[in-house]
Design a protein around this ligand. Structure first.
Ligand SMILES: [Zn+2]
Length: 306
């Protein structure tokens, strides 16, 4: 599994300099209505999250109460962002799964950030498993070109923050959306979670928002803190820059890490709390509690976390 390099300055044709490809080289949704009953295992998980985040019982209380009701503006907003998926020539299952995972990833993201995604017309493109990224019109500029680390763009299976005709696109390969290990070697849904984290960071987040914790400056600060204090990174890809650091840690947050362990310990929210405290705080503020958001594990997805 060769880490893909961040691609610098693709400045022609309006392509954004922040595009960040992932390599393809070898390497049921539920919407609970009414009261939510948590199993003992889920309660233990919740208590652990509470401990990690240093939250009081009062602060954690909203976790057990569904507050996103069908028909409310927030419900509609989440649905609008989550359904911005183009998937011609892919299986309907891949699109359905993508929407579930997207919805899970954004379900606790603050309204203003989601409005930014809507206003900037953010879309996810599913690359059919039998097609190349560069077969699709919004990425055809890359045809025959190479990434900064010398790989053909044609073979790339994940990208984010690509401007094309007044819209901004992320893409992920269909093969990573079908619930099983893909030929890329990534965990199912990893690519989508990673690329959409780039969209949250680079498209949705304000550059700076005063005392509010979720902004691009704080992503940079978390990265600089990690470098300056020689904190261990989860993997070499995350070490490259603040964008990949954020996206890789988001994948850990949502339980689809790029690699399973670092420092000899399992990569999960506890690991982030221990080794990357600023990133832990930022992810909690951005995405709500750490959780699985795959189609069969969508427990906390509909709950705003305060
Ligand atoms: Zn990336």
């Amino acid at each position: 599994m060769g880490p893909a390099l961040f691609v610098l300055a693709l400045s022609l044709c309006g392509f954004d300099a922040n595009s960040s490809p992932l390599s393809s080289s070898p390497h049921s949704s539920s919407c609970p209505a009414g009261a939510l009953e948590l199993s003992p295992e889920e309660l233990a998980k919740q208590a652990n999250i509470q401990k990690l985040a240093g939250l009081s019982n009062d602060e954690l209380k909203p976790l057990s109460e569904p507050i996103i009701s069908p028909g409310t503006p927030r419900f509609e907003l989440i649905n609008k962002v989550a359904s911005s998926v183009t998937a011609q020539e892919t299986s309907s299952q891949a699109r359905e799964n993508a929407i579930v995972v997207l919805r899970g990833e954004i379900s606790s993201v603050d309204d203003p950030l989601l409005y930014n995604l809507v206003a900037k017309e953010a879309w996810l493109v599913i690359i059919p498993k039998n097609k190349l990224l560069t077969d699709l019109p919004m990425f055809s500029y890359y045809q025959g070109r190479k990434t900064a680390d010398g790989r053909l763009w044609n073979d790339i299976r994940g990208v984010a923050n690509v401007d094309y005709r007044d819209k901004v696109y992320a893409a992920t390969g269909e093969e990573n959306l079908l619930g099983k290990e893909s030929f890329s070697g990534y965990k199912p849904y990893f690519t989508l979670v990673h690329e959409w984290a780039h969209m949250i960071h680079l498209v949705a987040m304000p550059i700076w928002s005063g005392d509010a914790p979720v902004n691009q400056i704080n992503v940079t600060r978390a990265y600089q803190d990690a470098v300056k204090n020689k904190r261990p990174f989860p993997d070499s890809y995350a070490r490259q820059n603040s964008m990949e650091f954020f996206a890789q840690c988001a994948a850990i947050w949502f339980a689809v890490p790029y690699v399973d362990s670092a420092q000899g310990e399992t990569l999960n929210a506890e690991w982030l709390a221990k080794y990357q405290p600023l990133m832990f705080d930022l992810l909690l503020a951005t995405f709500g509690p750490p959780r699985s958001i795959t189609p069969n594990a969508n427990l906390f997805s509909w709950f705003k976390f305060y």
